[in-house]
Design a protein around this ligand. Structure first.
Ligand SMILES: C[S@@+](CC[C@H](N)C(=O)[O-])C[C@H]1O[C@@H](n2cnc3c(N)ncnc32)[C@H](O)[C@@H]1O
Length: 259
């Protein structure tokens, strides 16, 4: 088969439209079968995509009862601050930041839940948050959902404000795709384009070395390689529908062992 026919066939398989159905009546599996969903359903004022609970359980369960420090951008009615407190348990520290001063009423210092007022696109404000409360184990961006804000916040917080071993999660990336409004796409390329680009940074080291340079039993083995600063910590970049989760780990230089 010619390559062009093959490509056309693959395209037809992948792009063929289908339907997915939604159930309107409870019980909702995503809520009932998850730890986060079961907590959230009893908290008033919440508003969440149901798919998120599986993601929260998968990405955050390892921090339960480890007294994590959690930063969430976007407080609204305080529902997610309560969710995190209950989810992560005794000793966890929860900080929400929001533009809206009304959100201060969702603080509960006795329970280690705090709120600071400021703009997620203001790097000085974020720096101050890191200095006063960081570094964090978990950072969640559920704020304005604007591309420029999501990118500035990530650039300000991931490298300086997140612990090694921590996770940075950005919600509502669907805002980059809404056909009905351009409000959130306030840059020539979207925040999804930016987060996809992290995969190139993660693998950038390979563009300057050959496999033999990294082979432990070769004479020219390089035990040190230079990488751009962020790629040293980009352990994983995981995309879900509407969400990206980036794990921060200090990486070894890539090594290969031929035995
Ligand atoms: C989707 S709501 C947060 C919902 C909350 N995380 C929850 O799940 O219960 C978004 C919040 O982000 C706040 N916000 C919008 N723009 C912001 C900005 N530039 N900086 C900080 N917060 C912002 C809004 O005031 C609003 O309260």
């Amino acid at each position: 088969m010619q390559n062009t026919d093959h490509n056309e066939n693959m395209k037809n398989i992948i792009l063929k439209r289908t339907t997915i159905e939604s159930k309107k009546e409870p019980p909702y599996d995503d809520i009932e079968n998850t730890r986060s969903g079961n907590i959230w359903k009893n908290i008033p004022g919440g508003h969440k995509w149901l798919d998120y609970f599986k993601i929260y359980d998968k990405e955050f369960s390892r921090f339960v009862n480890t007294k994590p420090r959690v930063l969430e951008i976007g407080v609204y009615r305080g529902a997610s601050l309560r969710l995190w407190k209950n989810f992560f348990g005794e000793g966890s520290f929860i900080l929400g930041i929001d533009l809206n001063e009304q959100c201060l009423k969702h603080q509960s210092p006795d329970e280690n839940i705090f709120v600071e007022i400021g703009d997620q696109s203001n790097q000085d404000f974020l720096k101050d948050i890191i200095n006063r409360y960081g570094p964090f184990d978990i950072i969640i961006d559920d704020g304005s959902h604007m591309a420029s804000h999501q990118i500035i916040s990530f650039m300000s917080l991931f490298y300086e404000g997140l612990k090694v071993g921590g996770i940075y999660l950005v919600e509502d990336l669907e805002c980059m795709y809404w056909g009905s409004t351009n409000t959130y796409r306030d840059l020539p390329s979207t925040s999804v384009d930016f987060f996809k680009k992290l995969i190139d940074f993660q693998n950038e080291v390979f563009s300057r070395y050959s496999c033999n340079d990294l082979s432990i039993n070769s004479e020219d083995f390089k035990n040190q390689v230079d990488v751009i600063n962020i790629s040293k910590f980009l352990y994983s970049v995981t995309f879900y529908q509407g969400v990206v989760a980036i794990e921060k780990e200090e990486k070894n230089p890539p090594r290969v062992l031929h035995i």
